[in-house]
Design a protein around this ligand. Structure first.
Ligand code: AMP
Ligand code: MG
Length: 329
């Protein structure tokens, strides 16, 4: 079992020291919990891959403190200042050419770095105390469901890590949006996430490309068809989900986007992402709901797609990957 810490000044000092010594610390962020290491310590970062069972081809996002100058680790383009002004600190990851300060293990040997300045107050305090960049992927075993509470981290990685900083449930509950801004004339969204593409386009006053297939897999390695997968077999269908009134269906969990107006009595196998239809609420509940269904031991899950707009695109991306078979379908 890992030790749990709250964000007292003494604990933050202690954990910053552990990070300086090359240890790993699970940290809260506004997106999902991460497993963090000193981004400039090659051995510490190698340990992240080992603990997660993550292939070395899947690069890590670098998280920087509020007063850190990103140009220490990336070559800026015209869009960097424009976007950080609006979205940092916050759940927007920017991909830029790297300067050499970040070791190749973090970037999977790529010439670029993915960097963001997180907003979560507890993580910001830890980053300030640590005083440098931290590499941190989601704190779950590779290809599983991302953790949005300290308990989820304990369930997934508790046997393999020593320290979990508890910052409560994650506010967004879905990973950062990843935008490649190396070419200022053509920003490319590499991953749908907590900042909807519509908001990025409004801030940039420019269209953002977001390939819907996996043709950009070479640019953003690690965006595998199968990801975020619950252990329970998972099937996705276009809304609306049809729920049979049949006791034989009781072994199946049904996951609606929105709570239905009326429900059959005793339907303990019916779950939903939002009571109100709010995409924000749905995103925040997505991973916790998948993990909850997993715990309850259903034989399968049938889920419906969310509205394909705003945060709904990020939700649908996760649902599709959860449904992809191990064969990559
Ligand atoms: P996560 O596992 O949620 O931390 O996501 C990390 C993802 O960010 C990786 O799987 C990549 O898709 C993407 N990423 C990280 N670094 C880079 C990079 N240098 N260039 C492009 N994509 C990156
Ligand atoms: Mg992940």
């Amino acid at each position: 079992m890992a030790l749990r810490y709250t964000d007292t000044p003494e604990n933050l000092r202690l954990l910053a020291g552990k990070l300086r010594d090359g240890e790993l610390v699970a940290v809260p962020t506004e997106t999902v919990y991460g497993i963090a290491a000193d981004a400039r310590n090659e051995n510490a970062c190698r340990e992240i891959f080992r603990v997660k069972g993550r292939p070395a081809e899947d690069p890590l996002i670098v998280h920087i403190p509020m007063d850190f100058d990103p140009t220490e680790i990336v070559r800026p383009t015209a869009l960097l200042d424009q976007l950080r002004e609006v979205f940092w600190p916050g759940p927007l990851t920017l991909v830029l050419e790297k300067t050499g300060a970040i070791p190749g293990i973090v970037t999977a040997g790529l010439a670029s770095v993915a960097v963001r300045m997180p907003a979560h107050a507890t993580l910001r305090a830890l980053l300030r105390e640590f005083g440098g960049p931290l590499a941190a992927p989601s704190a779950n075993p590779f290809s599983g469901v991302s953790p949005t509470t300290a308990d989820h981290v304990e369930e997934g990685l508790g046997k393999r890590i020593d320290h979990i900083l508890d910052g409560g449930p994650c506010r967004f509950g879905i990973e950062s949006s990843i935008l490649d801004i190396r070419d200022s004339a053509r920003p490319v969204l590499l991953r749908h996430g907590a900042i909807p593409v519509e908001e990025l386009e409004a801030a940039l006053e420019q269209a953002v490309a977001y390939p819907e297939d996996d043709s950009h897999a070479g640019v953003a390695p690690g965006q595998l068809p199968r990801h975020y997968s619950p252990r329970t077999p998972f099937h996705l269908e276009a809304a609306p989900l049809r729920i049979p009134d049949d006791p034989a269906a009781r072994n199946t969990a049904f996951l609606s986007f929105r709570k239905p107006d009326s429900m059959p009595p005793g339907a303990g196998n019916h779950f939903w992402l939002t009571e109100t239809g709010s995409l924000k609420e749905a995103a925040a509940n997505l991973f916790a709901t998948l993990l909850e269904i997993d715990r309850r031991g259903f034989s399968s899950i049938r889920a419906e797609t969310a509205p394909d707009t705003g945060l709904g695109r990020a939700i649908n991306d996760r649902l599709r990957r959860a449904a992809a078979s191990a064969a990559g379908g």
